[in-house]
Design a protein around this ligand. Structure first.
Ligand code: AMP
Ligand code: MG
Length: 417
């Protein structure tokens, strides 16, 4: 029987090897409005405190706390965005709104619910019903963000809250790592574009559409290299184009043991092959190489052709590489524990990444709750429906027979995070 000459590498070793070859891209500057999804390249420090003045937490009256409950003369009003041109002398109060600067002389705020406007001809008297402590319902200067505080650390991904923090500290131009470019090539004489009706022996190319979407979702830019036939020269030309245009080159198909599986020899020629087989199911023929182009290291993944194999290996090996290129401090997929909703068959030779939908179930763990993992059904590597709705890859151990319903396994979260 023909055997590949490549040793079967365990997935954790392959991941470590890929990350060891991956160098974070250089920093660039982007406008705040375009910064979503980038990774910040420097610590971001607040220059000024927030709030910059003692600010009221409530709508109510600014008071001298020591005055206590009683009837007081209204000294004036201060609303958010304005400053008071008067003092709050003992024996007087001032109307104040949420976010307004505390007028000089006052040291606390009494919320409007604990006060009453007294009917008086000039409407300028207020009854205070409650004793407040000095400082009550006031945000001191710097209580939300201190001057000099690091509000974002280099390596953190910019989501909504992080963008808001950048706005708060006035970072209109943001230092981020360049977004990785990922070229995607489908290989196979049988493949046609999605809009084409396949002829005899043909099928539509689903891997390119899948991977372009997965690349975008991972925060990188896809570069389309089209479909290449199983012809050495054609493949070589596309690979060279991909290496010229992108940081990562992904091909699918042509990496197994068939006569027209031309990718492995091509990568051996174009660069250094670091592994050519993985101890995993699906995705065994996954191949990883690097090549130098103009002094830059390119990462090349020869992903298997089967649609599930290519997407599973993308999540396990390419996503961490994309994240490291993009500057993530922690590029690995997140792992949680999950309880099996049904028994699952084990593989005796290769750890399987079983596609599943995780949902929180409050009945698990004696009512403390936990993730319940529901299988997506038949796990054939050609059956893309087994990835549909999946948000996790269950890490099934090697074994005989099956794992019982209710068993606890580790699960890698895919698609976000
Ligand atoms: P290969 O690794 O080239 O032998 O391909 C393995 C299986 O995946 C074959 O059944 C191919 O037809 C199928 N396949 C390869 N590339 C694609 C693709 N881009 N879209 C859908 N199926 C594919
Ligand atoms: Mg093929």
């Amino acid at each position: 029987m023909a055997e590949s000459s490549y040793p079967m590498l365990p997935v954790p070793e392959a991941q470590a090897l890929v990350l060891a070859q991956t160098v974070t891209l250089p920093p660039v500057t982007v406008a705040l409005s375009a910064a979503l999804g980038y990774v910040v390249a420097q610590d971001i420090v607040a220059q000024e405190p927030l709030p910059p003045f003692p600010a009221s937490v409530k709508d109510g009256y600014a008071v001298v706390a020591a005055d206590g409950p009683g009837d007081y003369r209204l000294a004036g009003e201060v609303t958010a965005g304005r400053t008071a041109d008067f003092w709050v002398q003992p024996g007087t109060v001032a109307y104040i709104t949420t976010g307004a600067p505390l007028p000089a002389g006052a040291d606390a705020v009494v919320q409007v619910e604990d006060t009453e406007r007294l009917p008086s001809p000039d409407g300028a008297r207020v009854r205070i019903h409650r004793q407040v402590r000095p400082g009550e319902d006031i945000r001191p200067v710097g209580s939300d963000v201190a001057a000099g505080q690091v509000v974002l650390q280099a390596g953190e991904r910019l989501g909504a809250a992080e963008i808001g923090l950048l706005a708060t500290v006035g970072a209109a131009q943001v230092p981020v790592y360049r977004r990785p470019r990922v070229a995607i090539l489908s290989t196979g004489d049988e493949l046609v574009e999605p809009e084409v009706t396949p002829g005899v022996g043909q099928i539509r190319d689903s891997n390119r559409a899948t991977l372009a979407a997965a690349v975008l979702a991972a925060g990188a830019e896809p570069v389309d290299l089209g479909i290449a036939p199983d012809v050495q020269g054609e493949l070589e030309a596309r690979v060279q184009r991909g290496l010229a245009e992108a940081d990562i080159l992904l091909s699918t198909g042509g990496v197994s043991m068939g006569e027209l599986d031309l990718i492995k020899p091509l990568l051996e020629q174009a660069g250094t092959v670091h592994f050519g087989r993985l101890r995993m199911k699906p995705g065994k023929p996954c191949t990883f190489a690097t090549a130098a182009v103009g002094g830059q290291r390119r990462l090349i993944f020869g992903l298997p052709g089967n649609p599930v194999s290519s997407l599973v290996t993308f999540y396990l090996l390419v996503v961490p590489a994309i994240r490291k290129l993009a500057g993530y401090a922690d590029p690995m997929l997140h792992r949680v524990q999950a309880h099996l909703a049904q028994p699952l068959a084990l593989d005796a030779y290769r750890p399987e990444y079983h596609r599943a939908l995780l949902r929180w179930d409050s009945r698990l763990n004696q009512g403390r709750g936990g993730y319940l993992a529901t299988s997506t059904g038949r796990q054939a590597s050609s059956r893309l429906l087994s990835m549909r709705t999946a948000n996790a890859l269950l890490e099934l151990p090697l074994g005989e027979g099956e794992l019982a319903a209710g068993s606890v396994v580790s699960a890698l979260l895919i698609g976000h995070g």
